[in-house]
Write a protein that binds this ligand. Structure first.
Ligand code: BV8
Ligand code: ZN
Length: 261
């Protein structure tokens, strides 16, 4: 097994799997992409799990949850300020550009993401469904009705940042225990039910309801292409073509094979 820059070439099968993935993309009538934190990793944003994941030193519930932000708004906002700074400085890697190439080739490419970093839009993906909100704005935790404020560096003159009513603000992401935005979730389920191909990139398949989407696609007879550096509960399901490697290296190979034909 040769390990080169984060992608493992196990055998010639990797080349054959790239060609098979390209074939599935060329033949698909409606293809959907679904991404998790692993998609942003090579742009420099840490994932949640894994050796350097955010959640190594904290539990998800302590950071991305309503009771967490009520209990320790300072800790939660330190975390979000770190993530916001990372997202503003970072650029989409070659994997995002490969998705844009595929988008231009197939014409439309609905992309469902669990990520809140805005990198898909920055890269030029046109149809992004943000299941878990974004870091673009923050709203009043007390729900006083004040309009959302843009999440820019200046709101951090004090930590935690406050609403005009004096209450603490909260980032407009979906926190654990909160419902997902209804329209986005409905559209994501409809796409999962109606697509004939879903490309699932960089998700550990732990957080629901996002993790249910590829399983729904498979149940409805679609194929799934998984791109992940590790095995996940999706990897061995019937109908999944699981490519072991990083998004930044595998996606450009697939895009090349699709666009070269
Ligand atoms: C809900 C926004 C209805 C914030 C996020 C008890 C009480 C309440 C709810 C629950 C409960 N038990 C279960 C639930 C449901 C809960 C849930 O799923 N919990 C999990 C922990 C079991 N879900 C919810 O609460 C959802 N709401 O269900 O509402 C409801 C309402 C009330 C009561 C009950 C139900 C809301 C979930 C959304 C939470 N918000 N994000 C923020 O980002 O700050 S979640 C956040 O974590 C992300 O958005 C993402 O969804 C998740 C992390 O997962 P991944 O993206 O997969 O990332 P991860 O690090 O795990 O994995 C990275 C992967 O990439 C790995 O596989 C790795 O191998 C791979 N990788 C790494 N590098 C690369 C790579 N792959 C390719 N290339 C690379 N270079
Ligand atoms: Zn307020």
């Amino acid at each position: 097994m040769i390990r080169e820059q984060g992608i493992m070439y196990g055998s010639a099968s990797t080349g054959a799997m790239i060609r098979e993935a390209a074939e599935l993309i060329r033949e698909s009538r409606l293809m959907v992409v679904s991404t998790g934190a692993g998609m942003s990793r090579e742009s420099g944003i840490r994932t949640f799990r894994g050796e350097e994941g955010f959640w190594r030193q904290y539990r998800a519930e302590d950071l991305a949850s309503l009771e967490g932000i009520r209990k320790d708004p300072g800790l939660v906002w330190e975390w979000y300020r770190e993530r916001l700074r990372a997202c503003c400085q970072l650029q989409p890697h070659a994997g995002y550009r490969a998705l844009v190439r595929i988008q231009e080739t197939v014409g439309r490419l609905p992309l469902i993401t669990q990520n809140v970093d805005g990198l898909h839009q920055k890269a030029g993906i046109r149809d992004v469904i943000e299941l878990h909100g974004s870091l673009r704005t923050a709203s009043c935790l007390a729900g006083c009705g004040a309009s959302p404020v843009p999440m820019t560096e200046d709101i951090f003159s004090e930590i935690p940042p406050r609403c005009s009513c004096g209450s603490v603000l909260r980032p407009d992401v979906v926190l654990f225990g909160e419902n997902l935005p209804e329209q986005s979730l409905k559209r994501a389920f409809r796409l999962a039910e109606s697509c004939d191909l879903m490309i699932v990139i960089g998700t550990s398949m732990v957080v629901y309801p996002a993790a249910a989407l590829p399983v729904i696609a498979l149940r409805e007879g679609a194929r799934v292409i998984e791109i992940n550096t590790e095995e996940t509960p999706l990897s061995r399901l019937e109908g999944t073509l699981s490519l072991r490697g990083t998004a930044g290296l595998v996606l450009p190979q697939i895009a090349k094979a699709v666009c070269e034909e």
